[in-house]
Design a protein around this ligand. Structure first.
Ligand SMILES: C[S@@+](CC[C@H](N)C(=O)[O-])C[C@H]1O[C@@H](n2cnc3c(N)ncnc32)[C@H](O)[C@@H]1O
Length: 361
């Protein structure tokens, strides 16, 4: 399964869309806000570009991307005032896969530009905001083009489901699971781990060519304490699919051959890969946890609904490559119940990795 052909977040603005159901990602970006701000400030103060070129890799379709861009622009605007310099122009490149709903995002641009102009005055900018529909696993921009790169909740998505998830007789190895899970054989973990290494290294190598010396990059993505047993919500979705098999709603064979291109590395794996690739110096590599429901003070039912919905909007396009659209409502209803049962006995949390790096000379 090649991700760029099949992965897209639920389109549009409706109540089941990604745009309406991405509070989790927005909250995570906000929590990493101080790292993004510090990084941007340093880029501007050291490089003082006349036009600051930045990219949001994996921008998706709602307001999240523009919120982070706004935050970055605020920092640069303030820093330029402090230095008594003219605020730079901005090139803001919104990158995602070609199947992304760029229209929903671009429809927000007129009000985004108007608000900027009103807040900052007519001498500000201008700010140019094109889209770049292409996989970030490979080149997207010309050489030495970008000063700042940001990405939230993307790099745990692999470029493809790893090959090698079948045995020598062609039988599926990861039976009953859809990602690295407690009951997955070691070969499954090894295949996912190798795919992540290849993809993450390619991402770094590509950005390294595209960034200027001294440019900064802040990457926020899902990780785990043990990448061979990540205890993730996706694993629970896999066991809910297994329940659907037991109920006779979906075929065992379909579940056995279905896997999600999703991997949660440990911080140490990330550190090793950045070091091995050699183009970037690590400024910060830290983690923070966030509840599956973002707000664990709510009742269990509300928490479970939120967690199920936020995973549905990101995984439905992948699930529908193998399971029919008709089973989705029942699957996610049962998933809600399973989440509720799980969080009643043990808290469910995402581990977020925040990596800030500088492009070396
Ligand atoms: C969960 S969304 C996060 C979106 C946004 N950054 C946010 O914080 O709301 C993940 C995004 O990564 C994109 N993505 C995944 N793999 C990608 C790739 N190889 N190249 C570009 N975008 C990718 C998906 O299409 C999706 O829009």
């Amino acid at each position: 399964m090649l991700v760029e052909k099949v992965l897209y977040m639920k389109k549009g603005n409706g109540h089941t869309s990604y745009a309406t159901n991405s509070l989790l990602q927005r909250t995570v970006t906000a929590k990493a806000g101080p790292v993004i701000e510090e990084s941007t400030r340093e880029v501007y103060i050291t490089l003082k570009p006349e036009c600051l070129m930045m990219a949001d890799m994996g921008c998706s379709s709602g307001q999240n991307a523009l919120q982070v861009v706004s935050r970055i622009i605020d920092v640069v605007d303030k820093a330029s005032r402090n230095l008594n310099r003219q605020c730079p122009q901005f090139g803001v490149f919104l990158n995602d896969l070609p199947g992304n709903d760029f229209n929903t995002l671009f429809n927000l641009l007129p009000s985004f530009n108007q608000e900027l102009e009103e807040a900052k005055g007519s001498s500000f900018g201008p700010c140019f905001v094109p889209g770049t529909p292409k996989s970030f696993y490979g080149r997207v921009f010309p050489d030495k083009f970008l000063h700042f790169v940001h990405s939230t909740y993307c790099l745990h998505w692999l470029s493809q489901v790893p090959s090698g998830l079948v045995n020598e007789n062609g039988e599926p190895l990861n039976k009953g699971n859809i990602c690295v899970a407690k009951t997955s054989p070691l070969g499954v973990y090894k295949a996912y781990n190798a795919q992540f290494k290849r993809d993450f290294t390619l991402f770094l190598r590509s950005r390294s060519r595209e960034m200027v010396f001294g440019g900064h990059m802040v990457l926020i993505f899902l990780g785990s304490f043990n990448s061979d047993d990540p205890d993730s919500l996706v694993e629970l979705l896999g066991s809910t699919l297994h329940d659907m098999v037991l109920k006779g709603v979906i075929e065992q064979e379909n579940l056995d051959k279905f896997n999600i291109p999703f991997y949660n590395p440990t911080v140490e794996e990330v550190r090793q890969l950045v070091k091995a690739e050699t183009s970037f110096a690590i400024n910060k590599l830290e983690t923070f946890a966030i509840d599956w429901s973002v707000d664990s003070s709510q009742d269990l039912e509300t928490q479970a609904k939120f967690a199920a919905k936020s995973l549905r909007v990101v995984t439905e396009s992948l699930l529908e490559t193998t399971f029919t659209h008709a089973v989705m409502d029942d699957l996610f209803l049962l998933f809600e119940t399973r989440i509720k049962e799980r969080i009643a006995v043990k808290k469910g949390e995402y581990l977020n990795i925040v990596l800030s790096v500088t492009k070396k000379e």
